[in-house]
Design a protein around this ligand. Sequence first.
Ligand code: G6P
Length: 366
Amino acid sequence: GSYDTGGYAHFLLKEIHEQPGAVERTLSGRLNERFATAHLGGLNLDARELREIRRVKILGCGSAYYAGEMGAQLIEELARIPAHSEPASEFRYRNPVIEADTLYVAVSQSGETYDTLAAVQEVKRKGGRVLGVVNTVGSAIARECDGGLYLHAGPEISVASTKAFTSTVVAFALLALHFGRIHDLSPADGRRIVAGLKALPDQIRKVLEQQQEIEALAAEYAHSRGMMFIGRVRGYPVAREGAQKLKEISYVHAEAYPASELKHGPLALISPELPTVALVPDDELLDKNLTALGEIKAREGRVLAVAHRPVEAKLADHCLVVPKSEPELDPLLLNIPLQLLAYHAAVALGRDVDKPRNLAKSVTVE
Ligand code: G6P
């Protein structure tokens, strides 16, 4: 059942392995092949209303905020609507300007995070429109929103979010596809994304098959003084979520930086004691990412690359190869090995994986 570990050592590991099914449920009944779009019955926004939206502001806390960063990129890329993710915990305290042509999207696994709920209430009090991307049906945030979509990822018990994170990104891909096909996304591109989404569950299974290899790498890197996570553009939110996951459950210090910013500061930290996890998707920024790896290796930094094809040994000490999706959907798959890396690092260090110290699954207080 959902409330026992079902033969897995921890809920976290079980939930990592539940991701193919969670993604299938998030997609279930929502792909419209004929019009190469997404069918989203709960938005409560018709095409005319959607066309009037000029900006999207995404609000969430912790991993929900990082999933929102991936969501913002999906919306910008597929729908060409400017989109931005902000921690709900900051937004609510800065007397935000609420605009009639901005769509606000609240992200929450539990639907009970107080900071996110307060942000939704602030938007609504000022007359803004809020959609919810929420896992828990009937939760406080879901009830407060004007519409939205449920993840249907199933109960998530472990404090660190994995399957809800992945399902949230899938939900944003559906939203972005739907918005895109109302704006200027071509039918051909719509079909490309629909096919990409349908292929995700099996591709996630492929990543999960690499668990033993990732476990061995985690044992090697877990005892580092700290770890750097780098990526650029689509890879950057992956780096941020990867660093967050490692911090949360292994207590190893981890920092995420855009690879483009290395030379503007963090390169000073690079040494054999501070290894780097580098997101190296096979996209138009591949050469630039490989150059950054060269700069790290020249300073004797150790590199674990997460890439679509093997990175040569002089640029990376280790490389995890992840199946290639459509470029817009790649971040979701690149994140999966980082979940396993954090999990196995935490286990190697003897941490309380499902209940890390000082953290709660849902923070329902101010
Ligand atoms: C807490 C948890 C995080 C989670 C965040 C948002 O801080 O420790 O793992 O990402 O809340 O939770 P939510 O339920 O709103 O997605």
